[in-house]
Design a protein around this ligand. Structure first.
Ligand code: SF4
Ligand code: SF4
Length: 300
């Protein structure tokens, strides 16, 4: 039985493609973007989120941990990641739900059952299912089974991808995907490497191949003030899209939702100084893309 590591299934989603959708979030991503608002999506394995503020220091978790991975330090539980095997005992024993498991191993049938609960909404709103993440194509065999099912059931499947995936996998899946939400951050590969951990040659090449195959694509650009919201970068992305004859762009302004999750995962948040994008800047960037003939929308 094929399974995947899924960290969330969000119903009534209106920011992940047209209409009302159910978004299935796959765990694991080849990129490590500084601004990622789902840092729990990055690792392929299951993880624990620990809310230190909530912890009462009662010690239940350390008494129940079978491998002795937890100790109390300054009245708070402290878990040694190197010892923990994510058995989940501490989650069960915590009276205030300070510990949370991220990532659930699900079968194709379980995901289908959950996503089919809102068939009526999909039909009435022109929506469907979106597979996002993380990077859903990292679990390509599972995604293929889902795509086959939705195609046969005439449920529109969108895939939100970072594009950092072997063309062999992406090209094989492309005919089964009704819509790609394709993320672009930079045209400059060095900048891409600096802020995401990988260069963008493969990402740009894959987008060109999908466009040449006449796939339906909406490009999505996260706008991170001071990092990729420079006029030159947005103009270059816009020009690249027009060369590929891609017409639709969504701009996703930076927000701070999810910042607390870095602390709960024990990860560093590198953008602590980042300000919100100003309305003026946003209007300016929209203007640049519209001038290039792109249908530009703010939000997903
Ligand atoms: S998940 Fe299991 S091994 Fe890890 S800290 Fe909790 S009880 Fe211990
Ligand atoms: S069981 Fe919960 S509240 Fe008690 S020490 Fe562990 S994490 Fe803190």
């Amino acid at each position: 039985m094929k399974t995947a590591n899924i960290f969330n299934i969000q119903r009534y989603s209106i920011h992940d493609g047209p209409g009302i959708r159910t978004t299935v979030f796959f765990k694991g991503c080849p990129l490590n973007c500084w601004w990622c608002h789902n840092p729990e999506s990055q690792a392929t394995t299951q993880e624990l989120l620990f809310d230190q503020e909530r912890c009462l220091g009662c010690g239940n978790c350390l008494r129940n941990c079978p491998v002795g991975a937890i100790e109390l330090v300054d009245g708070k539980a402290l878990r040694a990641k190197s010892k923990c095997d994510i058995c989940g005992q501490c989650i069960q024993s915590c009276p205030v739900s300070a510990v949370e498991l991220v990532g659930q191993i699900m079968t194709v049938e379980e995901v289908i059952e959950e996503t089919e609960k809102d068939l009526l909404f999909y039909e009435e709103s022109g929506g469907g299912v979106t597979c996002s993440g993380g990077e859903p194509l990292l679990q390509a065999d599972f995604l293929t089974l889902l795509a086959d099912y939705y195609q046969q059931a005439e449920i529109e499947l969108a895939v939100d991808t970072c594009g950092q995936i072997a063309w062999e996998k992406l090209g094989r899946l492309a005919p089964k995907i009704a819509l790609f939400l394709y993320d672009l951050k930079f045209i400059d590969s060095e900048k891409h490497q600096q802020y995401t951990g990988v260069g963008n040659q493969l990402i740009l090449a894959n987008l060109a191949k999908l466009a040449a195959a006449n796939c339906r694509i909406i490009a999505r650009i996260p706008l991170i003030p001071g990092i990729n919201d420079h006029i030159s970068n947005i103009k270059e992305i816009g020009q690249f899209l027009t060369e590929l004859n891609i017409k639709d762009v969504n701009l996703l302004p930076y927000h701070r939702a999810g910042v607390d999750k870095y602390q709960r995962l024990g990860k560093e948040y590198k953008l602590s100084e980042c300000e919100d994008l100003s309305e003026e800047r946003l209007a300016q960037l929209v203007g640049i893309l519209e001038k290039l003939g792109l249908n530009t929308k703010i939000g997903g």
